[in-house]
Ligand binder design. Structure first.
Ligand code: ITT
Length: 200
């Protein structure tokens, strides 16, 4: 099962599993509650989510904890990336908050606007076995946000070496794996590592 309640992530995690012939049901579809993400690292929170779901559903559970780490903001929002969007999950507001903080610090040049996404993935089995991996994608924050694809902070994230933001990319461009795509995103890169361990 895929232990996320975020529809954007769910779609990406499904697409990453599909070429391996793995079908997955979502935590939301099983009515599982969201555990409290009390860890202080991406890795710890991915583990909390996967272990809680595996225990509750008695199925192998696949979880992602991720976020945007902005250099000029000392790593914020980091593990609080979802919380910066508030209960309304308003990522326009969250991106505006980042831009305001960058402006307050005079961060106008691309070199002052470096950021990376992190994805920590964890698979937990009902017998207690777990596997964990982590990866990042580096880029620069642009303003105003560009594109309506993807989710969360994608419209302001320009990956290094590209001229379009994640919000302007197709899902294949953002996280498709060879031969379909280049495995660009943090989640795709982490998934490659996980697949090596778990899927052969
Ligand atoms: P679950 O815990 O149910 O999986 P969540 O949205 O609460 O969903 P996180 O705690 O891991 O997940 O928060 C990560 C946030 O970071 C997420 O809500 C997005 O806003 C952002 N994020 C992560 N990956 C992203 C991506 O690929 N593109 C854009 N934003 C991303």
């Amino acid at each position: 099962m895929i232990a996320t309640h975020n529809p954007g992530k769910l779609a990406e995690m499904r697409e990453l599993l599909a070429p391996h012939g793995v079908e997955a049901i979502a935590a939301g579809a099983l009515g599982l509650a969201e555990p409290e993400e009390s860890g202080d690292t991406f890795r710890a929170n991915a583990r909390i989510k996967a272990v809680a779901a595996a225990k509750a559903a008695q199925l192998p559970a696949f979880a992602d904890d991720s976020g945007l780490v902005v250099d000029a903001l000392d790593g914020a929002p980091g593990i609080l990336s979802a919380r910066w969007a508030g209960a309304a999950k308003d990522f326009t507001a969250a991106m505006t908050r980042i831009e305001r903080l960058l402006a307050e610090r005079g961060a106008k040049e691309p070199s002052q606007r470096k950021a990376h996404f992190v994805s920590a993935l964890c698979v937990a089995w009902p017998d207690g076995h777990i596997e964990q991996v982590e990866a990042r994608a580096d880029g620069t924050l642009v303003w105003p946000p560009r594109g309506n694809a993807g989710f969360g902070y994608d419209p302001m994230f320009l990956p290094d070496g590209y001229t379009r933001t994640f919000g302007e990319m197709t899902s294949i461009e953002k996280h498709g794996l060879p031969p379909l795509g280049l495995g660009l995103s943090h989640r795709a890169r982490a998934f490659v590592k996980l697949a090596e361990i778990c899927l052969g």
